[in-house]
Unconditional design. Sequence first.
Lengths: 317, 320
Amino acid sequence: MQAITKRNLMLGGAALAATLARPALAQAMDVAIIGFQMSSETHARAANAAAAAARAKGWNATVLNSEGSLPRHAEQLDTLIGRRPKAIIVCMGKPVEAEAQFQRAKAANVPVITIMSGASNDTLFDIQVNEYEVGAKAALWLLGELGYQGNILTQRFEGNVGTRIRGKVLDVVLSENTGVRVLGTHTMARTASWRDDVRQGFQALLLRHGAQTQGIWASFDGQAFVIDDLLKVRGAKKGQVKFVSIDGGAETYRRIADPDSTLMATVTIPFEEMGTKAVDAAERIVVKGEPKGAITSGPYLFMDAALVDGNNVRRFL
Amino acid sequence: MIRRTLARYGTALAGVALFAFFALGSPVFLTPDNIALILKETAFLGILAIGFTLALVTAEIDLSIAEVASLAAVVTGALVHGGTNPWIAVGAGLVVGTLCGAANGVAVTVLNVPSLIATLGVAAIAKGFSFMLTQGVAFVGRWPASFTNLARGTLLGVPNLIWWLAGVGFAAWLLVKWTRLGAHLVATGEADEAARLAGIRTRSMKRLALTLAGACAGLTAVLLASSLSSAAPAMANDHFLYAIAAVLLGMSMFEPGRPNIPGTLFAAFTLKVLGNGLVLLGAEYYWQDIVLGTIILVSVALSATGTGKAPFVKKLNFRR
C-alpha cells in the first residue's frame, strides 16, 4: 500500500511539476480558450483549431472544458479573469448566463471573443455563421431535390440552440411548401447516449414510414451518420432518398462522395476557420493594437456556410 | 502516533499542501479576490455535499441531489422569469427540493425501496419534470437584483455565497454533533437495529435526513439560478460526482470512515482549490480530471482502514 501511495504521489507531483515547467505564462502572449462541451465534436474542433493557431504563433494557449455545465463555465471564466490572460476565446458559450463574468472581464480589460455563442455588449464580437441561413440552405436543398413534392422524415435535437433554429427554419420553409409532408419525426432526448437514441428512434420511423419516404432531414451530421448506416442495412442506394444534414467535416464529405453512402448533402460550418479567425482577431487587437472596428463593425463576424453535395464535395475532401 | 495522525488528518494535510503548492506556483492564487472566488464556488458544491452527507449519516445514499437541484432551479427560474415575486420563487424552489427529499424518505422508509434505487427513481422523475417545464430551453434573462443578489451580493463586505455556505455548514455541524436529534441520526446510521431497540425512531430519522438532503439541493438550486441568472435542466449535474467525491474525501479526514460535516466542507474546498489552481497555472482541462482522480485514490488509500468501516460501505457489502 505504501509503495502504491508513493507512486501515486510521485505521478501526481510529476504531472503538476510538468504543468509548472511550461514556459512562463507572463513572458509570452497568453490566451485562454474555453470549449463549452469538448465532448461535442464541433466545440472541440473550434477550440482545438484556436489552440493550434495560437501555438503556431508561439503563444501560450490553455484549453479548458466546461463539460457542458453552466456553473463550471462561469467558474472557469471567473478564475481566468483573475489570471489576466491577454485574451479569452469562448467556443459555444452562453453570453447571457455568463453576463456577470463577461462584465468582470471587460472591467479587467481582458478582451473576450466568442465563437458561435451569440453577441454580448461585454465581449468584442461573436464569430459565427447565420444559423437561420444555414437552416434555410439545408431545407431548400431538400425541397429542391424533391421537386417540392413528397414525404420526408426528420431527426431533430431541441437541446441545442443551433439545431433548434435549423428545425424551426425547416418548419417555416415547409409551411410555405405544402406539397412536402412530414411523415414522422424523432426528437433526440438523451445526450449522453444520443447515438443509441437516434438509432432506436429512427429505426422505428423507418419501419413505419420507410416505404413512403422520399427525403430525410437531420439536424446535425452525427445523427445523419447513424441514419445513413440504418439506411444501408435496409439496402437503400444513394439518391433513392434525398438526404441532407448540417455541420460538415471530413467524415461527412467522405460519405457524400461515397457511392455506397446514402448521405447526399450538408451545409458545412467552418469550425476550424472560426477558431483560427478568433486567434487572428486577438492578434490584431491585442498585439497590433488595431481597433475592433477594423475587423467587424457589428456584434458579429459572420462566416460563410457552404452547401456541399455531390457537385462540389471533391473540393472539400 | 504518526500513522493515527495521518489517518485522521492525512487528507487535510494533503489539501493544505496543495494550497501551498498553488500559492507558490501562481502569484494570483493567494489574492483576496481569488480566495473569495474559491470560497464562493465552494458554496454550491459544499451545500449540495452537506445534504449528501446528512443522508449518508443515516447510512442512506441520495443519488437524486443533482437532478432535484436542477428541477428546483427550473421551477425557481420559471417563476422569476414569469415575473413572480422573487421571494415566492425562492420559496417554491426550496419547497420543490424539500418535497423531493421527502419523497425519497417515504420511498425508503414506507415503501421499503433501497435508497440507491428510490433516489435513482426520484432523480429520473425530477429530470423528466425539468424537461417538461422547459422543453429543453433554458430560462434566461436579466432577472431582478433582489433575486440575483442572493448569490451575487455581499453582506459586510463578504460575498453572500460565503455566508450561505458558513450558515448551512454551521447549522448542519451543530445538528449532527451537538443535538439529541443529531445523535439519533448518527445512531441510526451506525447501528440501525440497536438504535431502534434503544427507542430511536430510525425510520423517521432516515426520512428526516433524506428530506434535509432535498432541502440542501433546493437551496443549492436557488443560489445557482440566482448566480447564473438562468435555469436549465441538468444544470446542477456537474456537481453530482464532485459532491460524492467531497463526501468520500471528507470521510478520510477528521473522523475517518464516518461522513462528517467539517470533512465534507474541507474536501469541497480542496476540490475547488484544485480546479482554480490548475486553471491559474495554465494546465489543460484534462489534467484537472487526472489530478482529481489521483488525489481521491491517494487520500482514500491513506485512510483505507477507516473508510472500510464506513456504515454505507458495510451496508452495500463493499468489504475489502
